[in-house]
Design a binder for this molecule. Structure first.
Ligand code: UD1
Ligand code: CA
Length: 463
């Protein structure tokens, strides 16, 4: 997304004071997650993409939680308590943020309408340089929405709320999405003239439309490219449906970019997933944070990949969990592998089932194929780590490092009590508890000598 150039400074006002009763949640609605991020974060992304000079978020219900969640963002919060309508909400926002220039454009967004595309909003803002610009859409069931009333010539005359509409008006299927843009001086004056003379005793933002018609300000209605751009979230069912819509568009973009998806309906991207060509992703994978995958990588079913990079040709097998790792080219990882933050794997590394790696580097050609914990370690090239190997990196107070040099062979069921070093080409016998450095090119083994007791009888129960 790139910032759309526009001549006038843009002030985005986001309405987010409502209760969100139908979410049946203690959490404010705009903090519920879509694709892993709060609804409000998606709306603020759109404001950023438009190059907004100022963003004001109107909060009310759950204001403390919303302000806390977005502390550090370049937005102003204003409180609307109690909530007496969308018109009052916008007026409060403008009162709290005096105009810096006379030619400011105001764009009103809803905190619970997360997927409006910047191109749709840029068109709305462009229309608003000398007009009231409305975003409208025709829907099959307009129940509950404000209706767009046009005159015989097709010009918009008013918006009539469902609760205030007669039967003829209720038959209109073009509805108000709620998103609009207008020149600030006119809008500010129009908001000051609102009266709550309607079924809900509220200050309706939509009443400015009738004022524009009376003032001779032109009214331009435009439509989004896709209906889902203006879908609001009022319930968990609507949130879940919108999640599927968003995931579907992400999956389509991946397919278009040359990625194979075993089932486009069974992938979840909660962040950014950048894939080169001929990446293949099996069903049920979840991608979180920022994930970068190079060409010819295969991801098996039910993997969770978070904040990681995977170099070309690597195969990740089923049920692998990756978080904060850098994986080299032509690796074999999984099934059931867990790569934790600070894992850096070179080329041709093999990590097998039930292997956990944390804050450890593996150079090219090294293998840990079964049942191992390798934490806080530096592993050289062509090292073989046997099944059941554990780096004992934690003494209860501090973490210590294990160094395993090139071409070392760690026998099965060894414990490496850090800090400790295994020299180049060294071999550890199976079952070694290594507490001192193992010299290079030698066999080190710490194992009680094997004995056999002849004539020994197994205990038996008395009859
Ligand atoms: C509003 C529009 C209606 C439109 C519909 C689209 C008005 C009067 N009506 O309906 O024409 O079809 O949206 O969904 O504008 N909010 C506040 N403060 C308030 C009231 C609402 O911040 O005092 C916020 C809500 O949190 C929400 C948004 O404004 O994000 C819309 O409020 P909501 O009650 O959902 O919309 P309606 O008034 O029913
Ligand atoms: Ca709503």
């Amino acid at each position: 997304m790139s910032a759309a150039p526009h001549a006038r400074p843009l002030h985005v006002v986001v309405l987010a004071a409502g209760r969100g009763t139908r979410m049946a949640s203690a959490r404010p609605k705009v903090l519920h997650a879509l694709a892993g991020r709060p609804l409000l974060a998606h709306v603020l992304d759109a404001a950023t993409a438009l190059g907004a000079a100022r963003v004001t978020v109107v909060v009310g219900h759950g204001a403390d939680a919303v302000e806390q969640a977005f502390a550090g963002h370049a937005v102003h919060f204003v409180r609307q308590e109690p909530q007496r309508g969308t018109g009052e909400a916008v007026r409060i926002a403008l009162d709290a943020q005096p105009a810096t220039t006379a030619d400011e454009t105001v764009l009103v967004l809803y905190g619970d309408v997360p997927l409006t595309q910047p191109s749709t909003l840029a068109a709305l803002v462009a229309h608003a340089h000398d007009a009231l610009a409305l975003l409208t859409v025709e829907i099959a069931d307009p129940t509950g929405y404000g209706r767009i009333v046009r005159d015989a010539g097709g010009a918009v005359r008013a918006i009539v709320e469902h609760k205030d509409a007669d039967a003829a008006t209720r038959a209109i299927r073009e509805i108000n999405t709620g998103l609009l843009a207008a020149p600030r001086p006119w809008l500010h004056a129009a908001l000051a003239r609102l009266e709550p003379d309607n079924a809900q005793r509220e200050y309706y933002l939509t009443d400015v439309v009738r004022q524009a018609a009376d003032d001779g300000l032109s009214i331009r209605a435009s439509q989004p490219a896709h209906a889902w751009e203006v879908t609001g979230v009022n319930s968990r069912a609507q949130l879940a449906a919108l999640e599927r819509t968003l995931q579907h568009t992400i999956a389509q973009a991946l397919l278009d970019a040359g990625v194979s998806l075993a089932d486009p309906a069974r992938i979840d991207v909660r962040g950014t997933l950048a894939c080169a060509q001929d990446v293949s992703i099996d069903v049920g994978c979840v991608f979180e944070g920022s994930v970068e995958i190079e060409a010819d990588v295969t991801i098996g079913p039910y993997c969770v990949l978070k904040d990681c990079r995977i170099a070309r040709g690597t195969r990740i097998a089923a049920y692998t969990h990756v978080d904060g790792a850098t994986i080299g080219a032509d690796n074999r990882v999984g099934p059931f592998a867990r790569l934790r933050p600070g894992t850096v794997l070179g080329a041709d590394v093999h990590v097998g089932n039930f292997v956990e790696i944390k804050a450890a580097q593996f150079d090219a050609g090294s293998k840990a194929n079964h049942l191992a914990y390798v934490g806080d370690a530096t592993v050289g090239a062509r090292v073989n780590i046997g099944a059941g190997t554990i780096t004992c990196n934690y003494d209860g107070a501090h973490k210590h490092r294990t160094v395993i040099e090139d071409d070392a062979f760690i026998g099965s069921d060894s414990q490496l009590v850090a800090p400790v070093r295994v020299g180049r080409g060294a071999t550890l016998g199976a079952g070694t508890t290594l507490t001192k450095d193992a010299p290079p090119d030698a066999l080190t083994v710490s194992r009680a000598k094997q004995i056999t007791v002849t004539g020994w009888k197994r205990p038996t129960k008395e009859k």
